[in-house]
Design a binder for this molecule. Structure first.
Ligand code: NAD
Length: 281
């Protein structure tokens, strides 16, 4: 049976450490603030935003959620981002994605000051990751690495296969694994013979968005399998990995829920606190 990469347990431990950092800042007269912009009424986004608010509350971070109506114009959204960039009380700005179709996501993200870009989606921060310079790293990839390291999963020289090439998960996690000296393969919807790649993987990261897509026959015995997927099936949240069959083959496996999702929120909090610490110093 695989070792459980328990994101709930790890994130709870990390949150305690983060709380101490917030308290240290407070003792120096500095508060920490995150502004979350949610446009429209996407139900999944509403849940994510609520969870981010709760995490802030637990740490003593000021979390402002700014709800904008679905028909908000690009100009209105950009004016708000500009205002938050100037606001001394705001250390981090997060625009909850996806935005309604009529809004230009890339243009909005590009406006966020890179120092306050706690999602790490700004091209400057993405570029910093790709060129090995310090910057803000996207929360989900950062959380995946934190998990693998917390369980001492060997990385250097190992075969890592990432399924998915999105800017928010697939590409940055591939880059982080490369920085850890893994030999990295990125697979995607046009990959021929996906299983031939996944069966080679010592570390397999599934960020596809297809329920129970990865089955036991696709996994190398002993591999570390990280399930990023969040899929809603019959009112239940399931990952991209068929947990029941894969846990019998894998060496390590992250559950859904209680895996990567928990780490993502934790890393978001860390990015906000790091932004506040940078400003304070
Ligand atoms: P996305 O839709 O942008 O990317 C999905 C990727 O999967 C694409 O690059 C595509 O090429 C690839 N893909 C699709 N079908 C495939 C196939 N048949 N074979 C191989 N590759 C295929 O999604 P995303 O934003 O990267 O998110 C992926 C999943 O992770 C979603 O379920 C999302 O909800 C979840 N997610 C979870 C967290 C978290 O905190 N746990 C954070 C972000 C995203």
């Amino acid at each position: 049976m695989a070792v459980l990469l328990d994101g709930k347990v790890l994130s709870e431990k990390r949150m305690e450490e983060l709380k101490a950092r917030v308290d240290t800042l407070r003792a120096r007269g500095k508060t920490v603030g995150l502004a979350v912009i949610l446009v429209g009424e996407n139900p999944a986004s509403q849940v994510y935003v609520r969870n981010k608010g709760k995490a802030c509350e637990g740490l003593g971070i000021r979390g402002d959620t700014i709800l904008l109506p679905e028909q908000t114009s690009q100009e209105e959204l950009e004016a708000l981002i500009e205002k938050l960039n100037q606001d001394e009380c705001v250390d981090g700005i997060l625009v909850q994605l996806p935005l309604p179709k009529h809004l230009d996501e890339a243009k909005a993200l590009a406006l966020i000051s890179p120092d306050k870009d706690v999602d790490g989606f700004h091209v400057e921060n993405a570029g910093r990751l790709f060129t090995g310079q310090p910057g803000v790293t996207a929360c989900t990839p950062k959380g995946i690495l934190a998990m693998l390291k917390a369980w001492n999963v060997p990385l250097a020289g190992k075969e890592a296969v990432v399924i998915g090439r999105s800017n928010i998960v697939g590409k940055p996690v591939a880059m982080l694994l490369l920085n850890e000296n893994c030999t990295v393969t990125i697979c995607h919807s046009r990959t021929a013979d996906l299983a031939a790649h996944t069966r080679r993987a010592d570390i397999l990261v599934a960020a596809v968005g297809k329920p129970r897509f990865i089955t036991a026959g696709m996994v190398k015995p002993g591999a570390a399998v990280v399930d990023v997927g969040i899929n809603r099936v019959d009112g239940k949240v399931v990952g991209d990995v068929d947990f029941e069959s894969v846990e019998k083959v894998a060496g390590y496996i992250s559950p859904v829920p209680g895996g990567v999702g928990k780490m993502t929120i934790c890393m978001l909090m860390e990015n906000v606190i790091e932004a506040a610490e940078r400003k304070a110093n």
